[in-house]
Structure formats: C-alpha cells, structure tokens
Write a protein that binds this ligand. Structure first.
Ligand code: NAP
Length: 500
C-alpha cells in the first residue's frame, strides 16, 4: 500500500522566509510554531533499534537548533538489532558499541517501545497521525537465494538462520542443525558472515562457553562432528569480501588449520592488474596473507578450513538419507565488467564435493513492511538518499525516511551506519526548514502510549529492558559467561513483567 500523501505532512504550514526565492509563501498562524522548535518539537518514530536506528536518533539529538522527541519501536522486546542478534558471540568487543547507544537512550526526549510490531500492533497510519517523521531502520532480515537446484534440501541452511540461532534471536530458535553427524560443511560466500559462521563451526567450544552464545547452541556445537569447512568463493582471493583481520583470525584459531593451495593463489591477469590499480588496500592485505599461508600443511588433529576460489555451487544433491550429500561446483573465470570490476562466469568444468551441510552466506535481503513501499529486486525500501519513495525512482513520500541496510542494502560495518544515518537526518532537517506546525493534540507524546494501552500492547520501556539486561547478565554469571539470553518473546515478556 502506498501511503496517502494528502495529509502528511501538509497539516504544516510553510513559514515565509525572506530572501528565499520560490519558497512557498504562507502566512504564519498564531497556533503554529516552527517544527523542531522547543514549542513544537519534531515528533519522530524510528522503527528498528539496531545501529542505524540509534545513529539516526543520536544525529537528531545532536542537530543544531532542533528539538526532537524520538520514540524508538522494535518488534522484539530487546533493542540493538544485529549487535545482539548478529555479531558473533566470540566478538564481544564489537558489542561494546552498545555503550554508545545506551548514552543516546539516556536523552530526556528518548523513549523505547519494545515488543511493538509495525503491521500487528501499530500501522503506518497510526504513526503518521502521531508523528511528524517516520524513520525506517529495519535492516535486512532475510537472506539472498542462490537460485540453484537443491537449495531447499534438508541440511542446506542460510547463514542468517544459523547466526540468529546461536545468537538467541527468537525468530530462529526452532531451527535445528545436524552438526553431530556432519563431517564436511560447505560455506558459500566469502564475506564476513561466512567468516563468522566458519569460526563458530571450528572454534574450540571451551572458548565459546564464556560468551553470550546460547546454552542450547553451545550444547549442539559441543557434539559437533565437523572436521572440515570448505569456503566457496565465486571469485578469486583478490575479490574476497572478508576483512583481512577476519581471515587472519581463522588462520590463528587453536585446533584449526586454514588451508589454501598454491594453485588457488595463482592470480589471473585481470586480478593482478585490478589489485595493482583499483582494489581496496584490504584486498591487497587479503592476498598477501593468503599467499603467505598457501601450501601450508594441516596440524595434527586440526579441524580444517579449506579455501576454494573461483567456484560456484550449481547443484545441491541429496544423499541416500534425502539430506544434502553432494555439492556440484563449477569452475569460474573472471572477466572485466564494463566498469572494470572482475566478475565471475562459469567455464563448464565441474567437480563434485561430498558435503553433509551447506551454509549459504551470500548476503542478506530486506523484507517488506506492511504499508511501506518495497524495492522487490534490491530487497530494500526505495529511497532517494534516505527519503522514502513510492516505488523505485518514484515520488518522495513526505515525512518518511530510511536508514541503514533498509536504505542501502547489506553493506558496511556497524560504524558505516553512523555517517549514513546522519546523512538521512540531514535530509529530514532540510525538509522541515521553514515548516511551521499547528498545535495538534494527536502529536502529544502520551497519545501513542494511550493507543498502545487501548490495544492491549504490553510494550517494553528502556527501563524494562535495562532490568531484563541485568537479569540476563545475572543468569550468565551463574554459568561463568557474559550473559545467558532469553531466546523467546514469551519468556522475555514473563521476565519483564516479573522484574517490573
Ligand atoms: P558480503 O560482504 O556482501 O559477502 C557476500 C559474499 O557472498 C561475497 O563473497 C559474494 O561474492 C558472495 N556471493 C553473493 N552471491 C553469491 C552467489 N550467488 N554464489 C556464490 N557467492 C555469492 O555480505 P555478508 O558476508 O553477508 O556481510 C554483510 C555485511 O556485514 C558486510 O558489509 C560485512 O563486512 C558485514 N559484517 C561484518 C562483520 C565483522 O566486521 N566482523 C561480521 C559480519 C558481517 P561477490 O563478492 O562475488 O559478490
């Protein structure tokens, strides 16, 4: 459904500002104040409490001369999006960024409404009534498909599911991963998610035990029979998307050997000149490191991580038990696309790998939100530099904005979202420049609270979350780990209510 543009934000009046040519000239009424002033703060609803949402809020609170009331909604009772549900448990330091979000949450004009789902508890129309601006920070909650036969066989999983499962995300707790009978696992993709999945599969479980990995997934990992992870990159080592420190970390894991053959490191001409001329420094560092370790032998009894480059899975075949048993890969060669980027194409030469499990780590993808336009092909919300559009390249939807992966797709590290969200907030502020808003009882902060209460929505405040957070840490301490997460909404809400 495309939002109706007639009422939003046209309830506002443009203040005539001298010297601005072409500016709509409307008289200032006695009931109107500049939108974003202390008399009439900008009322903003942010949907999604991951990094991009928090960075947008921080940018709003920092904006010069702007007073903004921000309500942050999340469908889960817990905040922080991928920092809680995506960042690997053995990368606890990365989670320290939560301290920054906690500081933002201390702001007197900030409120959190967890356990409130757009489309279930609240609609875009409700938000339009009670807020001046809506910011979608909903990320990319699904995964890209490879589009090959056998992709739906038992034993073929997306990295999204596996990562969500071991991180205690409520959406993925019903998944099961037969690690006990697996010996060889293929991980498709050469990004940092492939690195996370590989590390969790081969890392010594005693090292995972003190982290915030869920007790259930740790038990499954302890029983794992995985001996080898084969990393399948469709392009060469020079085009791998993983960060140098991530591949090096795998290379330095206790009890695991990272293997790459010298033949795999034989760079073709396109890669050599690309590395020389246009590749990012990280690509050169990846190649240097992989070349250094190429040809090294596996340590005794080590789990193996074998890097294969220039190969694409083209067929996943079932074994006798009906589960995935073979992965047919096709050898690729690189060609230079119009812009010079090395792209892969199949050579017709194939090879069959026996595999017991396949994890697809080929990228995330957004899911449509009820009442919000969606870019089906790109899996994002259509937008022009953060201003939501009615369709790809369509008109701007006034008062509605996008940040993070929902805006630009699944790229960049957590910190990338800070300048990106700030850029969208800049557009929001440009859009209220000279806009006056009349007094509007629907915009009173208590109205949304009343509405949620009328609907019987048991929303979670930031204080509720802080108590739940402490409780998880307490539960973790009892087991010598940083926290034990609640992994389903029911038990989270039971704890929230008990702790209130
Ligand atoms: P990504 O970096 O885009 O990597 C996706 C990988 O999948 C690429 O190697 C890509 O190859 C490959 N791929 C895509 N389609 C494929 C297909 N059909 N067949 C075979 N391979 C295919 O995405 P990601 O790993 O999901 O990570 C998402 C973002 O989160 C990235 O920016 C990443 O750096 C970030 N992240 C960071 C960390 C960290 O810092 N520790 C951890 C996790 C994620 P091509 O390059 O050829 O397209």
């Amino acid at each position: 459904m495309i939002p109706d543009r007639s009422t939003f934000p046209d309830t506002r009046t443009k203040i005539a500002s001298a010297g601005r040519e072409g500016e709509e000239r409307v008289h200032e009424t006695s009931e109107s104040w500049p939108l974003g002033s202390s008399e009439r703060p900008l009322r903003v609803a942010v949907i999604g409490s991951g990094p991009s949402g928090f960075y947008a809020i921080a940018a709003l609170f920092k904006a010069d001369g702007i007073e903004a009331d921000v309500d942050l909604f999340d469908r889960l009772p817990t905040p922080f999006g991928l920092v809680r549900g995506g960042v690997a448990p053995d990368h606890q330091k990365i989670k320290n960024v939560i301290r920054v979000y906690n500081r933002t949450a201390q702001h007197e004009r900030f409120r959190f409404f967890g356990n409130v789902e757009l489309g279930r508890d609240i609609s875009v129309d409700d938000l339009r009534r009670h807020y001046d601006h809506i910011v979608y920070a909903t990320g990319n909650e699904s995964d890209r498909k490879m589009g090959i036969p056998g992709e739906d066989l038992p034993g073929v999983h997306s990295a999204t599911e596996f990562v969500g499962w071991y991180n205690g995300h409520p959406d993925f707790q019903d998944r099961s991963f037969d690690l006990a009978s697996a010996r060889r696992v293929a991980v498709v993709g050469n990004g940092n998610v492939a690195m996370d999945v590989t590390r969790v599969l081969v890392r010594n479980t005693d090292e995972l035990a003190p982290t915030d990995i869920t007790a259930e997934s740790l038990d499954v990992l302890r029983e794992s029979g995985v001996e080898e992870v084969v990393l399948l990159g469709r392009r060469g080592p020079a085009q791998a998307a993983f960060s140098p420190q991530e591949i090096k970390e795998i290379g330095s894991l206790e009890g695991a050997s990272l293997l790459v053959s010298e033949a795999e490191m034989d760079l073709d001409e396109i890669s050599s000149s690309w590395l020389e001329e246009s590749a990012a420094p990280s690509a050169r560092r990846n190649v240097t490191y992989l070349s250094e370790i190429a040809g090294a032998q596996a340590g005794d009894g080590d789990r193996l991580v074998t890097c294969r480059f220039l190969v694409s899975p083209i067929d996943l075949q079932a074994g006798d038990d009906g589960r995935v048993g073979r992965c047919v890969i096709e050898k690729n060669e690189l060609y230079a696309a119009d812009d010079g980027t090395p792209r892969p194409r199949g050579t017709g030469e194939t090879e069959t790998l026996d595999v017991d499990l396949v994890f697809k780590a080929v990228g995330y993808r957004g899911v449509p939100l009820p009442g919000v336009p969606f870019h089906e092909r790109w899996g994002i919300l259509p937008n022009d530099e953060g201003r939501l559009q009615t369709e790809p390249d369509g008109d701007v939807v006034p008062g509605q904005y996008v940040v993070g992966w929902a805006k630009r797709g699944p790229t960049g590290l957590i910190g990338t979202n800070s300048p990106d969200s700030t850029a969208t907030v800049k557009k929001m502020i440009e859009d209220i420049d000279g806009v006056a808003a009349p007094a509007d009882p629907d915009k009173a902060p208590e109205r949304i609270v009343e509405l949620l209460r009328e609907r019987g929505v048991d929303f979670v405040t930031f204080d509720d979350w802080n108590r739940l957070d402490e409780d998880e840490v307490r539960l973790g301490e009892a087991q010598n780990k940083v926290r034990e997460k609640y992994t389903d909404v029911e038990s989270m809400m039971a704890a929230v209510n008990r702790l209130r």
